[in-house]
Design a protein around this ligand. Structure first.
Ligand code: ATP
Length: 369
């Protein structure tokens, strides 16, 4: 079993800086968990504590139910792939893959057989006799993974493994790593600052900010039910629009006041939120994803926001339209390219209440159903 649990883990560096605050996180056996967050949020520190490369200041780290706080990295049988790959330049691909087994004094025949098996899995067999200098970035990446996997580790850790690759190769390697993880079923923890990478690869994604875990959930739940404005705006591209707003009861439904306009939402929030009418007074911001702006004619009277177009970006069938609402709030909407908007145009965007997000003054989302 290789389930992993952080229980109340803190990391304070010798200079007094607290990089990880009271982390509680359970990673299931065989799971692909992605840690994501902006630079400096503590995700690498967390991964390094798991690998045993960084001391834990307080709290417990458990692997397979056993406390491993003080255990030497080698004794943890965890494999880690770094951004730089760190291949041995004078050894062949085969020599690189076999190295960890030779170090572990595995019998020669077994070394050959295990190296060949991983090389096949990663489609490296034709390259076994080449040196790393003669490989492409993607191939080097695969050798680094093969070398990590050959030990049959209990967990596989990757720290921004794709950041040295060009955009196209990155997309390809993303799919390869995800497929490889499914084949091997090895518990995998993957660190990235790229939310697209996180959302496309992880069974679950853990979002960090300033050393604190904000939310850990499936990609779909993170997108649909973010716990606060940070997660809401970090996940999704372009970011969710956050607009200052009041929500008031009106008749037996609700009305939003925002950007100098009033939007009649009726009972449109009740499918997603627990008691939106009762909590109305607490909402100070609404969230609108750019792709959730709807055709103003379909939205109907009383569910439109008006603004002046500042800039547009045409993306094939769609366009990103940046507009200033009546009170000057800048928002971005992803609209169909059929009706091309131009800078200076006055346009309306339609609001579908069922797709709105609601937040309190402290940034927390209103409770979901
Ligand atoms: P990045 O994506 O930039 O690598 P990260 O989220 O992985 O960022 P960490 O490398 O975990 O962040 O660093 C978290 C915080 O701890 C940062 O503010 C960093 O400056 C600080 N930090 C890292 N290493 C040390 C150290 N040895 N001593 C003091 N502070 C450190």
């Amino acid at each position: 079993m290789a389930d992993i649990a952080f229980r109340g883990v803190n990391k304070i560096y010798p200079n007094g800086f607290k990089a990880v605050h009271n982390l509680d996180l359970a990673i299931r056996d065989g799971e692909f968990l992605v840690m994501v967050g902006p630079s400096g949020c503590g995700k690498s520190t967390t991964l390094r504590m798991l690998a045993g490369l960084e001391d834990i200041s307080s709290g417990d780290l458990l692997i397979g139910g056993e406390r491993v706080n003080g255990l030497h990295p080698r004794a943890r049988n965890i494999a880690m792939v770094f951004q730089s790959y760190a291949l041995y330049p004078h050894k062949t691909v085969q020599g690189n893959i076999e190295f960890p087994l030779r170090m572990a004094k595995v019998p020669k025949d077994e070394v050959k057989a295990r190296a060949l098996k991983v090389a096949r899995m990663l489609e490296l067999e034709p390259l076994l006799h080449r040196k790393p200098g003669l490989l492409s970035g993607g191939q080097r990446q695969r050798v680094a993974m093969a070398r990590a996997l050959v030990r049959d580790p209990v967990a596989f850790l990757l720290d921004e493994p794709l950041s040295n690759l060009d955009a196209k190769l990155r997309v390809q390697m993303r799919a390869e790593i995800a497929a490889l993880q499914q084949r091997t079923g090895t518990t995998t923890v993957y660190v990235t600052h790229d939310q697209v990478e996180a959302m496309t690869m992880g069974d679950r994604v853990a979002v960090f900010k300033e050393g604190r875990l904000q939310q850990v959930d499936t990609p779909q739940q993170l997108f649909e039910r973010p716990v606060n404005t940070f997660v809401a705006s970090f996940i999704g591209s372009p970011s969710m629009n956050l607009i200052a707003s009041h929500v008031e009861p009106a008749g037996d439904g609700l009305v939003l006041s925002l950007a100098g306009e009033r939007i009649a939402v009726g009972h449109g929030l009740e499918a997603r939120f627990d008691n939106p009418v009762g909590s109305a007074g607490k909402v100070t911001q609404i969230g609108l994803r750019p792709e959730d702006a709807v055709d103003p004619h379909l939205a109907g009277e009383g569910r439109r926001l008006h603004g002046r177009v500042v800039m547009t970006e045409l993306l094939g069938r769609e366009q990103m339209v940046y507009l200033d609402l009546r009170d000057g709030t800048r928002v971005v909407a992803r609209l169909h390219a059929d009706h091309r908007a131009h800078a200076g145009d006055e346009i309306a965007i339609g609001i579908d209440p069922a797709r709105l997000y609601l937040f309190r003054a402290d940034g927390r989302a209103l409770a979901y159903k």
